[in-house]
Design a binder for this molecule. Structure first.
Ligand SMILES: Cc1ncc(COP(=O)(O)O)c(C=O)c1O
Length: 502
Protein backbone atom coordinates (compact mmCIF):
# COMPACT_ATOMS: atom_id res chain seq x y z
CA UNK A 1 0.00 0.00 0.00
CA UNK A 2 1.21 3.53 -0.76
CA UNK A 3 2.34 5.25 2.41
CA UNK A 4 1.28 8.82 2.83
CA UNK A 5 3.74 11.41 3.97
CA UNK A 6 2.38 13.91 6.46
CA UNK A 7 1.66 17.17 4.72
CA UNK A 8 4.12 20.03 5.04
CA UNK A 9 2.88 23.49 4.06
CA UNK A 10 6.34 25.01 4.16
CA UNK A 11 7.24 23.24 0.92
CA UNK A 12 4.73 25.31 -1.05
CA UNK A 13 6.47 27.64 -3.50
CA UNK A 14 5.40 31.03 -4.76
CA UNK A 15 6.06 30.30 -8.40
CA UNK A 16 3.36 30.67 -10.98
CA UNK A 17 4.88 30.06 -14.37
CA UNK A 18 3.26 31.64 -17.40
CA UNK A 19 1.05 34.13 -15.53
CA UNK A 20 1.73 37.63 -16.78
CA UNK A 21 2.09 40.45 -14.23
CA UNK A 22 -0.14 43.45 -14.89
CA UNK A 23 2.53 45.76 -16.36
CA UNK A 24 1.44 48.48 -18.72
CA UNK A 25 3.10 50.96 -21.05
CA UNK A 26 1.78 53.88 -23.03
CA UNK A 27 3.60 54.08 -26.35
CA UNK A 28 2.45 57.69 -26.93
CA UNK A 29 3.79 58.94 -23.59
CA UNK A 30 6.95 61.04 -23.45
CA UNK A 31 8.53 58.82 -20.79
CA UNK A 32 10.82 56.17 -22.32
CA UNK A 33 9.47 52.64 -22.43
CA UNK A 34 12.18 51.14 -20.20
CA UNK A 35 11.37 53.74 -17.52
CA UNK A 36 7.65 53.00 -17.71
CA UNK A 37 8.33 49.25 -17.30
CA UNK A 38 10.73 49.90 -14.41
CA UNK A 39 8.19 52.23 -12.68
CA UNK A 40 5.36 49.81 -13.19
CA UNK A 41 7.23 46.91 -11.53
CA UNK A 42 8.59 49.07 -8.74
CA UNK A 43 5.17 50.53 -7.98
CA UNK A 44 3.57 47.08 -7.81
CA UNK A 45 6.34 45.75 -5.57
CA UNK A 46 5.95 48.68 -3.18
CA UNK A 47 2.18 48.14 -3.12
CA UNK A 48 3.01 44.48 -2.36
CA UNK A 49 0.98 43.23 -5.30
CA UNK A 50 4.17 41.47 -6.36
CA UNK A 51 5.96 39.75 -3.49
CA UNK A 52 9.30 38.33 -2.48
CA UNK A 53 10.17 35.09 -4.26
CA UNK A 54 7.56 35.38 -7.00
CA UNK A 55 8.64 34.60 -10.54
CA UNK A 56 8.99 37.49 -13.01
CA UNK A 57 8.03 36.87 -16.67
CA UNK A 58 10.93 36.35 -19.06
CA UNK A 59 11.97 39.50 -20.93
CA UNK A 60 10.99 37.82 -24.19
CA UNK A 61 7.43 37.01 -23.12
CA UNK A 62 6.86 40.42 -21.49
CA UNK A 63 8.09 42.17 -24.65
CA UNK A 64 5.70 40.04 -26.70
CA UNK A 65 2.82 40.78 -24.32
CA UNK A 66 3.49 44.55 -24.35
CA UNK A 67 4.17 44.54 -28.11
CA UNK A 68 7.47 46.34 -27.68
CA UNK A 69 11.00 45.33 -28.63
CA UNK A 70 13.01 43.35 -26.08
CA UNK A 71 15.53 46.13 -25.48
CA UNK A 72 13.46 48.38 -23.14
CA UNK A 73 12.40 45.34 -21.14
CA UNK A 74 16.04 44.21 -20.75
CA UNK A 75 17.02 47.73 -19.68
CA UNK A 76 14.24 47.91 -17.08
CA UNK A 77 15.15 44.44 -15.73
CA UNK A 78 18.81 45.42 -15.49
CA UNK A 79 17.85 48.47 -13.44
CA UNK A 80 15.53 46.48 -11.14
CA UNK A 81 18.27 43.88 -10.63
CA UNK A 82 20.84 46.58 -9.89
CA UNK A 83 18.56 48.21 -7.30
CA UNK A 84 17.79 44.90 -5.60
CA UNK A 85 14.10 44.61 -6.53
CA UNK A 86 14.81 41.56 -8.68
CA UNK A 87 17.23 38.69 -8.33
CA UNK A 88 18.15 36.12 -10.93
CA UNK A 89 18.79 32.45 -10.31
CA UNK A 90 20.84 30.54 -12.82
CA UNK A 91 18.70 28.15 -14.84
CA UNK A 92 15.51 29.14 -12.98
CA UNK A 93 14.73 32.72 -14.11
CA UNK A 94 14.27 36.13 -12.55
CA UNK A 95 12.39 36.59 -9.26
CA UNK A 96 11.20 39.39 -7.01
CA UNK A 97 14.09 39.65 -4.51
CA UNK A 98 13.66 37.36 -1.53
CA UNK A 99 15.34 39.93 0.70
CA UNK A 100 12.27 42.21 0.39
CA UNK A 101 9.87 42.04 3.34
CA UNK A 102 7.22 39.45 2.53
CA UNK A 103 4.80 39.47 5.45
CA UNK A 104 1.26 39.65 4.09
CA UNK A 105 -1.05 42.16 5.74
CA UNK A 106 -2.26 40.38 8.85
CA UNK A 107 -5.98 39.89 9.10
CA UNK A 108 -7.67 41.27 12.13
CA UNK A 109 -5.12 42.67 14.53
CA UNK A 110 -4.61 46.27 13.46
CA UNK A 111 -7.79 46.59 11.41
CA UNK A 112 -10.69 48.80 12.45
CA UNK A 113 -13.68 46.73 13.60
CA UNK A 114 -16.13 45.99 10.82
CA UNK A 115 -19.81 46.78 11.06
CA UNK A 116 -19.23 50.38 11.99
CA UNK A 117 -21.46 52.75 10.02
CA UNK A 118 -19.20 52.97 6.99
CA UNK A 119 -18.43 49.24 6.72
CA UNK A 120 -21.82 47.75 7.49
CA UNK A 121 -22.25 44.02 6.88
CA UNK A 122 -25.32 41.80 7.24
CA UNK A 123 -26.59 41.33 10.77
CA UNK A 124 -26.32 37.57 10.26
CA UNK A 125 -22.62 37.76 9.41
CA UNK A 126 -22.06 40.09 12.36
CA UNK A 127 -23.80 37.62 14.70
CA UNK A 128 -21.56 34.70 13.71
CA UNK A 129 -19.05 33.60 16.35
CA UNK A 130 -15.46 34.66 15.70
CA UNK A 131 -13.76 32.39 13.15
CA UNK A 132 -11.15 30.30 14.87
CA UNK A 133 -9.62 27.11 13.57
CA UNK A 134 -10.12 24.71 16.47
CA UNK A 135 -6.75 23.87 18.04
CA UNK A 136 -7.32 20.16 17.44
CA UNK A 137 -7.91 20.69 13.71
CA UNK A 138 -4.47 22.04 12.97
CA UNK A 139 -2.45 18.89 13.24
CA UNK A 140 -2.71 15.12 13.39
CA UNK A 141 -2.30 13.50 16.78
CA UNK A 142 -3.91 11.47 19.55
CA UNK A 143 -7.62 12.07 20.24
CA UNK A 144 -8.20 14.42 17.33
CA UNK A 145 -11.90 14.16 16.45
CA UNK A 146 -13.54 13.85 13.07
CA UNK A 147 -10.70 11.86 11.50
CA UNK A 148 -10.69 8.33 10.16
CA UNK A 149 -7.37 6.46 9.99
CA UNK A 150 -5.85 8.40 7.11
CA UNK A 151 -2.78 6.19 6.81
CA UNK A 152 -4.92 3.08 6.22
CA UNK A 153 -6.82 4.46 3.25
CA UNK A 154 -5.99 2.45 0.09
CA UNK A 155 -4.35 5.36 -1.71
CA UNK A 156 -2.79 3.05 -4.31
CA UNK A 157 -6.26 2.00 -5.51
CA UNK A 158 -7.59 5.54 -5.32
CA UNK A 159 -4.73 6.93 -7.38
CA UNK A 160 -5.19 4.22 -10.04
CA UNK A 161 -8.84 5.20 -10.30
CA UNK A 162 -7.90 8.87 -10.69
CA UNK A 163 -5.40 7.96 -13.41
CA UNK A 164 -7.99 5.86 -15.19
CA UNK A 165 -10.54 8.66 -14.91
CA UNK A 166 -8.05 11.10 -16.46
CA UNK A 167 -7.42 8.77 -19.41
CA UNK A 168 -11.10 8.15 -20.11
CA UNK A 169 -12.85 11.40 -19.22
CA UNK A 170 -15.25 12.59 -21.90
CA UNK A 171 -15.99 16.17 -22.88
CA UNK A 172 -19.40 16.05 -21.23
CA UNK A 173 -17.66 15.44 -17.90
CA UNK A 174 -15.97 18.85 -18.26
CA UNK A 175 -19.22 20.77 -18.60
CA UNK A 176 -21.46 22.16 -15.88
CA UNK A 177 -23.29 19.15 -14.48
CA UNK A 178 -26.67 18.49 -12.92
CA UNK A 179 -27.14 20.34 -9.58
CA UNK A 180 -28.26 16.98 -8.14
CA UNK A 181 -24.99 15.27 -9.07
CA UNK A 182 -23.84 12.40 -11.25
CA UNK A 183 -26.82 10.09 -11.98
CA UNK A 184 -24.79 6.86 -11.77
CA UNK A 185 -23.32 7.82 -8.38
CA UNK A 186 -26.76 8.74 -7.06
CA UNK A 187 -28.02 5.35 -8.23
CA UNK A 188 -25.15 3.56 -6.44
CA UNK A 189 -25.64 5.57 -3.23
CA UNK A 190 -29.38 4.79 -3.32
CA UNK A 191 -28.62 1.04 -3.43
CA UNK A 192 -26.14 1.45 -0.54
CA UNK A 193 -28.56 3.47 1.61
CA UNK A 194 -31.51 1.13 1.02
CA UNK A 195 -29.38 -1.92 1.77
CA UNK A 196 -27.12 -0.82 4.60
CA UNK A 197 -29.03 2.04 6.25
CA UNK A 198 -32.67 1.13 5.66
CA UNK A 199 -33.32 4.48 3.97
CA UNK A 200 -36.44 4.72 1.77
CA UNK A 201 -35.13 6.32 -1.37
CA UNK A 202 -34.84 6.41 -5.12
CA UNK A 203 -31.84 7.82 -6.96
CA UNK A 204 -33.76 10.90 -8.09
CA UNK A 205 -34.17 11.99 -4.45
CA UNK A 206 -30.42 12.01 -3.87
CA UNK A 207 -28.34 15.14 -4.19
CA UNK A 208 -24.53 14.97 -4.08
CA UNK A 209 -23.02 17.75 -1.97
CA UNK A 210 -19.60 18.75 -0.67
CA UNK A 211 -20.01 16.99 2.70
CA UNK A 212 -22.60 17.20 5.49
CA UNK A 213 -21.78 20.82 6.11
CA UNK A 214 -23.10 21.96 2.75
CA UNK A 215 -26.05 19.63 3.23
CA UNK A 216 -26.92 21.27 6.57
CA UNK A 217 -26.59 24.75 5.10
CA UNK A 218 -28.61 24.00 1.96
CA UNK A 219 -31.32 22.18 3.91
CA UNK A 220 -31.64 25.10 6.32
CA UNK A 221 -32.04 27.52 3.41
CA UNK A 222 -34.84 25.42 1.95
CA UNK A 223 -36.87 24.50 5.03
CA UNK A 224 -36.76 27.45 7.44
CA UNK A 225 -37.09 31.21 7.37
CA UNK A 226 -34.97 33.71 9.29
CA UNK A 227 -36.39 34.10 12.78
CA UNK A 228 -37.79 30.55 12.89
CA UNK A 229 -37.28 28.48 16.04
CA UNK A 230 -35.35 25.26 15.48
CA UNK A 231 -34.67 22.44 17.95
CA UNK A 232 -31.02 21.56 18.36
CA UNK A 233 -29.58 18.84 20.54
CA UNK A 234 -28.09 20.06 23.84
CA UNK A 235 -25.20 19.30 23.74
CA UNK A 236 -24.97 19.14 19.95
CA UNK A 237 -22.84 19.58 16.86
CA UNK A 238 -21.31 23.06 17.03
CA UNK A 239 -21.40 23.56 13.26
CA UNK A 240 -25.19 23.07 13.25
CA UNK A 241 -25.35 26.03 15.63
CA UNK A 242 -23.27 28.09 13.22
CA UNK A 243 -25.44 27.19 10.21
CA UNK A 244 -28.59 28.22 12.08
CA UNK A 245 -27.03 31.48 13.19
CA UNK A 246 -25.95 32.23 9.64
CA UNK A 247 -29.54 31.63 8.53
CA UNK A 248 -30.89 34.00 11.21
CA UNK A 249 -32.78 31.18 12.98
CA UNK A 250 -33.34 30.85 16.72
CA UNK A 251 -31.80 27.67 18.14
CA UNK A 252 -33.86 26.04 20.88
CA UNK A 253 -31.51 23.75 22.86
CA UNK A 254 -33.34 20.53 23.75
CA UNK A 255 -31.66 18.25 26.31
CA UNK A 256 -30.25 14.91 25.25
CA UNK A 257 -30.45 12.06 27.77
CA UNK A 258 -29.66 8.36 27.54
CA UNK A 259 -32.46 7.89 24.97
CA UNK A 260 -31.46 10.79 22.77
CA UNK A 261 -33.29 14.09 22.24
CA UNK A 262 -36.04 14.57 24.84
CA UNK A 263 -39.02 15.21 22.57
CA UNK A 264 -41.41 16.13 25.40
CA UNK A 265 -38.92 18.76 26.59
CA UNK A 266 -38.66 20.04 23.02
CA UNK A 267 -42.41 20.52 22.83
CA UNK A 268 -42.33 22.36 26.16
CA UNK A 269 -39.40 24.59 25.21
CA UNK A 270 -40.27 25.37 21.62
CA UNK A 271 -43.76 24.42 20.59
CA UNK A 272 -43.65 26.41 17.40
CA UNK A 273 -40.33 25.04 16.16
CA UNK A 274 -40.18 24.54 12.40
CA UNK A 275 -37.47 21.87 12.41
CA UNK A 276 -35.38 19.55 14.58
CA UNK A 277 -31.72 18.79 13.83
CA UNK A 278 -30.70 15.39 15.23
CA UNK A 279 -28.03 12.70 14.90
CA UNK A 280 -30.08 9.69 16.03
CA UNK A 281 -27.64 6.88 15.15
CA UNK A 282 -24.68 8.25 17.12
CA UNK A 283 -25.46 11.60 18.69
CA UNK A 284 -22.69 14.17 18.63
CA UNK A 285 -20.99 14.58 21.07
CA UNK A 286 -22.53 12.15 23.61
CA UNK A 287 -22.75 9.20 21.23
CA UNK A 288 -26.25 8.15 22.35
CA UNK A 289 -28.39 6.08 19.98
CA UNK A 290 -31.93 7.45 19.94
CA UNK A 291 -34.43 4.93 21.34
CA UNK A 292 -37.31 3.61 19.24
CA UNK A 293 -39.81 5.41 21.51
CA UNK A 294 -38.12 8.78 21.00
CA UNK A 295 -37.89 8.19 17.26
CA UNK A 296 -41.63 7.56 17.06
CA UNK A 297 -42.36 10.61 19.27
CA UNK A 298 -40.19 12.81 17.07
CA UNK A 299 -41.84 11.59 13.88
CA UNK A 300 -45.25 12.15 15.42
CA UNK A 301 -44.27 15.69 16.47
CA UNK A 302 -43.14 16.44 12.92
CA UNK A 303 -46.28 15.02 11.37
CA UNK A 304 -48.60 16.86 13.77
CA UNK A 305 -46.84 20.22 13.74
CA UNK A 306 -45.72 20.26 10.11
CA UNK A 307 -42.11 20.44 11.28
CA UNK A 308 -39.08 18.96 9.49
CA UNK A 309 -36.53 16.54 10.90
CA UNK A 310 -32.95 16.82 9.68
CA UNK A 311 -31.16 13.52 10.30
CA UNK A 312 -27.35 13.82 10.35
CA UNK A 313 -26.07 10.26 9.88
CA UNK A 314 -22.38 11.12 9.81
CA UNK A 315 -20.57 8.02 11.13
CA UNK A 316 -22.93 5.09 11.58
CA UNK A 317 -20.99 2.72 9.29
CA UNK A 318 -19.00 1.72 12.36
CA UNK A 319 -20.90 -0.03 15.17
CA UNK A 320 -19.12 -2.33 17.55
CA UNK A 321 -21.45 -4.36 19.73
CA UNK A 322 -24.52 -4.61 17.55
CA UNK A 323 -25.59 -4.39 13.93
CA UNK A 324 -25.95 -0.90 12.43
CA UNK A 325 -29.18 0.77 13.54
CA UNK A 326 -31.56 1.59 10.69
CA UNK A 327 -32.06 5.25 9.88
CA UNK A 328 -34.85 7.38 11.33
CA UNK A 329 -35.78 8.30 7.76
CA UNK A 330 -36.60 4.63 7.13
CA UNK A 331 -39.32 4.78 9.84
CA UNK A 332 -40.95 7.89 8.41
CA UNK A 333 -44.18 7.37 6.43
CA UNK A 334 -44.91 11.05 5.85
CA UNK A 335 -41.78 12.36 4.12
CA UNK A 336 -40.86 14.67 6.98
CA UNK A 337 -37.21 13.60 7.29
CA UNK A 338 -34.32 15.04 5.32
CA UNK A 339 -31.48 12.52 5.56
CA UNK A 340 -27.82 13.60 5.37
CA UNK A 341 -24.78 11.35 4.96
CA UNK A 342 -21.09 11.86 4.25
CA UNK A 343 -18.00 10.07 2.96
CA UNK A 344 -15.76 12.06 5.34
CA UNK A 345 -15.52 9.25 7.89
CA UNK A 346 -15.33 6.27 5.54
CA UNK A 347 -13.07 7.76 2.85
CA UNK A 348 -11.34 10.94 4.04
CA UNK A 349 -12.66 14.39 5.01
CA UNK A 350 -10.71 16.38 2.42
CA UNK A 351 -12.68 14.61 -0.31
CA UNK A 352 -15.66 16.86 0.51
CA UNK A 353 -18.35 14.51 -0.71
CA UNK A 354 -21.66 13.77 0.94
CA UNK A 355 -25.31 13.39 0.01
CA UNK A 356 -28.86 14.40 0.95
CA UNK A 357 -31.95 12.25 0.60
CA UNK A 358 -34.70 14.75 -0.11
CA UNK A 359 -38.47 14.17 0.22
CA UNK A 360 -39.76 13.84 -3.39
CA UNK A 361 -41.87 17.01 -3.36
CA UNK A 362 -38.90 19.15 -2.22
CA UNK A 363 -36.38 17.90 -4.79
CA UNK A 364 -36.98 20.70 -7.27
CA UNK A 365 -36.70 23.40 -4.53
CA UNK A 366 -33.40 21.93 -3.34
CA UNK A 367 -32.08 21.87 -6.92
CA UNK A 368 -33.10 25.51 -7.45
CA UNK A 369 -31.43 26.59 -4.21
CA UNK A 370 -28.31 24.54 -4.89
CA UNK A 371 -27.90 26.09 -8.33
CA UNK A 372 -27.68 29.50 -6.70
CA UNK A 373 -24.97 28.27 -4.29
CA UNK A 374 -22.42 26.53 -6.50
CA UNK A 375 -24.24 25.29 -9.61
CA UNK A 376 -23.30 21.63 -9.29
CA UNK A 377 -20.86 19.28 -7.58
CA UNK A 378 -17.38 18.78 -9.01
CA UNK A 379 -17.23 15.92 -11.54
CA UNK A 380 -13.85 14.35 -10.70
CA UNK A 381 -14.45 13.22 -7.10
CA UNK A 382 -17.90 11.92 -8.00
CA UNK A 383 -16.62 9.85 -10.93
CA UNK A 384 -13.75 8.39 -8.87
CA UNK A 385 -16.03 7.64 -5.92
CA UNK A 386 -18.45 5.89 -8.27
CA UNK A 387 -15.74 3.49 -9.47
CA UNK A 388 -14.48 2.99 -5.91
CA UNK A 389 -17.98 1.86 -4.89
CA UNK A 390 -18.77 -0.13 -8.04
CA UNK A 391 -15.59 -2.16 -7.85
CA UNK A 392 -16.23 -3.15 -4.22
CA UNK A 393 -13.39 -1.12 -2.67
CA UNK A 394 -15.82 0.93 -0.58
CA UNK A 395 -17.42 -2.11 1.09
CA UNK A 396 -14.00 -3.77 1.48
CA UNK A 397 -12.49 -0.67 3.11
CA UNK A 398 -15.34 -0.43 5.65
CA UNK A 399 -15.02 -4.16 6.43
CA UNK A 400 -11.26 -3.85 6.85
CA UNK A 401 -11.46 -0.77 9.10
CA UNK A 402 -14.19 -2.02 11.43
CA UNK A 403 -11.96 -4.40 13.51
CA UNK A 404 -9.15 -1.82 13.52
CA UNK A 405 -11.41 0.85 15.03
CA UNK A 406 -13.03 -1.70 17.35
CA UNK A 407 -9.63 -2.53 18.79
CA UNK A 408 -8.67 1.13 19.27
CA UNK A 409 -11.95 1.83 21.00
CA UNK A 410 -11.44 -1.20 23.26
CA UNK A 411 -7.95 -0.06 24.25
CA UNK A 412 -9.17 3.49 24.86
CA UNK A 413 -12.10 2.43 27.06
CA UNK A 414 -9.86 0.08 29.09
CA UNK A 415 -7.15 2.67 29.58
CA UNK A 416 -9.60 5.44 30.52
CA UNK A 417 -11.35 3.18 33.03
CA UNK A 418 -8.00 2.25 34.56
CA UNK A 419 -6.76 5.84 34.74
CA UNK A 420 -9.93 7.62 35.89
CA UNK A 421 -11.95 4.87 37.63
CA UNK A 422 -15.01 6.33 39.35
CA UNK A 423 -13.83 9.86 38.66
CA UNK A 424 -15.12 9.84 35.08
CA UNK A 425 -17.95 8.51 32.95
CA UNK A 426 -17.41 7.14 29.46
CA UNK A 427 -20.37 7.47 27.10
CA UNK A 428 -21.12 6.90 23.43
CA UNK A 429 -18.52 4.27 22.65
CA UNK A 430 -20.86 1.81 20.87
CA UNK A 431 -20.38 3.38 17.48
CA UNK A 432 -18.48 5.86 15.37
CA UNK A 433 -14.97 7.19 15.80
CA UNK A 434 -15.21 9.08 19.08
CA UNK A 435 -16.50 8.75 22.62
CA UNK A 436 -17.20 11.29 25.35
CA UNK A 437 -15.35 11.37 28.67
CA UNK A 438 -17.41 13.21 31.30
CA UNK A 439 -15.34 14.66 34.13
CA UNK A 440 -17.70 15.99 36.82
CA UNK A 441 -14.85 17.48 38.87
CA UNK A 442 -13.33 19.42 35.98
CA UNK A 443 -14.21 23.13 36.05
CA UNK A 444 -12.80 24.40 32.75
CA UNK A 445 -12.31 21.91 29.93
CA UNK A 446 -11.45 24.63 27.38
CA UNK A 447 -8.55 25.86 29.44
CA UNK A 448 -7.25 22.33 29.88
CA UNK A 449 -7.63 21.63 26.14
CA UNK A 450 -5.55 24.73 25.35
CA UNK A 451 -2.86 23.52 27.75
CA UNK A 452 -2.93 20.01 26.25
CA UNK A 453 -2.60 21.39 22.69
CA UNK A 454 0.77 22.86 23.69
CA UNK A 455 1.84 19.26 24.29
CA UNK A 456 0.29 18.09 20.96
CA UNK A 457 -2.61 16.36 22.66
CA UNK A 458 -5.77 17.35 20.79
CA UNK A 459 -8.66 17.45 23.23
CA UNK A 460 -12.04 18.69 22.09
CA UNK A 461 -13.78 20.26 25.12
CA UNK A 462 -17.29 19.00 25.75
CA UNK A 463 -18.58 22.35 27.05
CA UNK A 464 -18.08 23.85 23.55
CA UNK A 465 -20.97 21.68 22.32
CA UNK A 466 -23.49 23.41 24.59
CA UNK A 467 -25.62 26.42 23.70
CA UNK A 468 -27.05 26.88 27.21
CA UNK A 469 -25.40 28.29 30.29
CA UNK A 470 -24.77 25.11 32.29
CA UNK A 471 -22.54 22.86 30.21
CA UNK A 472 -20.99 19.65 31.42
CA UNK A 473 -17.21 19.48 31.27
CA UNK A 474 -15.12 16.73 29.79
CA UNK A 475 -13.69 15.78 26.40
CA UNK A 476 -14.75 14.29 23.12
CA UNK A 477 -11.96 11.86 22.31
CA UNK A 478 -11.44 10.66 18.75
CA UNK A 479 -9.84 7.26 18.27
CA UNK A 480 -10.17 6.93 14.47
CA UNK A 481 -6.74 8.30 13.71
CA UNK A 482 -5.05 7.35 17.01
CA UNK A 483 -3.11 4.11 16.78
CA UNK A 484 -3.72 1.54 19.53
CA UNK A 485 -0.13 1.70 20.73
CA UNK A 486 -0.34 5.52 21.13
CA UNK A 487 -3.39 5.33 23.36
CA UNK A 488 -1.95 4.26 26.77
CA UNK A 489 0.62 7.08 26.80
CA UNK A 490 -1.95 9.63 25.57
CA UNK A 491 -4.36 8.60 28.36
CA UNK A 492 -1.58 8.95 30.95
CA UNK A 493 -0.83 12.40 29.57
CA UNK A 494 -4.52 13.34 29.80
CA UNK A 495 -4.70 12.05 33.37
CA UNK A 496 -1.60 14.04 34.34
CA UNK A 497 -3.06 17.25 32.85
CA UNK A 498 -6.36 16.70 34.67
CA UNK A 499 -4.60 16.03 37.97
CA UNK A 500 -2.53 19.21 37.56
CA UNK A 501 -5.65 21.32 36.97
CA UNK A 502 -7.60 20.14 40.02
C1 LIG B 1 -22.05 15.62 13.89
C2 LIG B 1 -21.25 15.69 12.62
N1 LIG B 1 -21.89 15.82 11.46
C3 LIG B 1 -21.20 15.85 10.30
C4 LIG B 1 -19.83 15.73 10.27
C5 LIG B 1 -19.09 15.62 8.94
O1 LIG B 1 -19.01 16.75 8.25
P1 LIG B 1 -18.55 16.78 6.73
O2 LIG B 1 -19.32 15.73 5.97
O3 LIG B 1 -18.94 18.16 6.30
O4 LIG B 1 -17.09 16.51 6.68
C6 LIG B 1 -19.12 15.67 11.44
C7 LIG B 1 -17.66 15.65 11.39
O5 LIG B 1 -16.94 15.53 12.32
C8 LIG B 1 -19.84 15.62 12.65
O6 LIG B 1 -19.18 15.50 13.81
Amino acid sequence: MTTLADFDMTTLKTELRGIMALISVDRRARKPLHRQIYNSFRHRIILRQLRAGELVPSSRSLARELRVSRLPVLNAYAQLLAEGYFESRVGAGTFIATSLPSQPRSLGAEQAPINNTSRRISSRAAAMPQYERPVWAGSLGPFQIGQPDLHSFPMDIWSKLIARYSRRVQVKGLQYGDPMGLPELRETIAVYLRTARGVHCEADQIMIVSGSQQALDLTTRVIVDPGAAVWVEEPGYWLVHHVLRAAGCRSVPVPVDTEGLDVAAGIRLGRKARAAFVAPSHQYPLGVTMSATRRLQLLEWAQRSGGWIVEDDYDSEYRYNSKPIASLQGMDHHDRVIYIGTFSKVIFPALRLGYIVIPPDLVERFAAMRQSMDLCPSHIPQAVMLEFMREGHFARHIRRMRPIYAERREVLVTELARAFGEGAEIVGDEAGLHLALLLPKLRNDRQLAARAAKESLWLSPLSASYVGKSPRHGFVLGFGNTRGNQIPAAVRQLKRLCAASS
